[in-house]
Design a protein around this ligand. Structure first.
Ligand code: NI
Ligand code: MN
Length: 229
């Protein structure tokens, strides 16, 4: 059994069938929606960072240093974290993937902003991305990152078991476009993310679930809750 635990916003812990612990978009200490702080995460094998905004990246460097986990992200973000003393890091570019201990991870396109939080030099501006993972054993997870609706999502059709999709609107897709994303991707299960962290991205995830209807199973998590698949 693989397990996804939501820690609010876009931060998920993925525990794989073979015991690897992968954290997506660490944003815990300053995350008003999180159920835990960064020092409660436990051991990690990998940290996957979709883009450099603080609400996806804030705890990535300290967690990588504490746990020794390999931080996987864009070439520019990896260059930045290495400049800050992170030793284990692996760069990818959009459309490129690599086989890690847990399986294959590919960086998918996202239409969003490229600032890297903490980079005072301004040299590490990056392309934001998302993640398509094919875990050992075949389970496939898509973490969209922060993005607008993209027709490129059609390329994932039939290749996703669990899709983690932003629904908050304002900075990312809102519920209506997220439903179109579900139509494009046809995942088995959808877990909404990037909502209700702040008033500006307040949404009703249960209304979203009803609107998705029979297109996919929608699992609405509270921070700290898990979905096994
Ligand atoms: Ni962002
Ligand atoms: Mn964000």
């Amino acid at each position: 059994m693989a397990r996804l635990t939501w820690h609010g916003h876009s931060c998920f812990l993925l525990e794989t069938d073979d015991g690897q612990r992968i954290l997506f978009d660490p944003f815990l200490d300053q995350n008003p929606a999180s159920d835990i702080k960064a020092d409660q995460v436990g051991e990690l094998d990998f940290i996957l960072v979709s883009h450099g905004h603080a609400d996806h990246f804030a705890d990535a460097i300290p967690l990588a240093k504490r746990t020794g986990a390999t931080l996987v992200s864009s070439f520019e973000i990896v260059s930045f974290v290495q400049s800050q003393g992170v030793e284990n890091a692996h760069p990818l570019s959009i459309g490129g993937g690599h086989t890690f201990d847990f399986g294959y991870a590919k960086m998918t396109p996202a239409l969003h902003g490229g600032e890297v939080a903490g980079d005072e030099s301004g040299k590490f501006t990056t392309m934001p991305g998302g993640w398509w993972l094919e875990l050992n054993g075949g389970k496939r997870v898509y973490h969209a990152g922060d993005t607008a609706l993209l027709t490129d999502m059609k390329l994932l059709e039939g290749q996703v078991d669990v899709a983690l999709l932003p629904i908050g609107d304002n900075f990312t897709m809102g519920p209506r476009d997220a439903i179109r994303a579900v139509e494009f991707i046809k995942p088995r299960t959808v877990i909404p993310m990037h909502y209700n962290t702040w008033e500006l991205i307040r949404q009703d995830p249960h209304a979203f679930a009803r609107a998705v209807g029979s297109r996919a199973k929608v699992v609405v998590l509270e921070p700290g809750q898990s979905h096994d698949f």
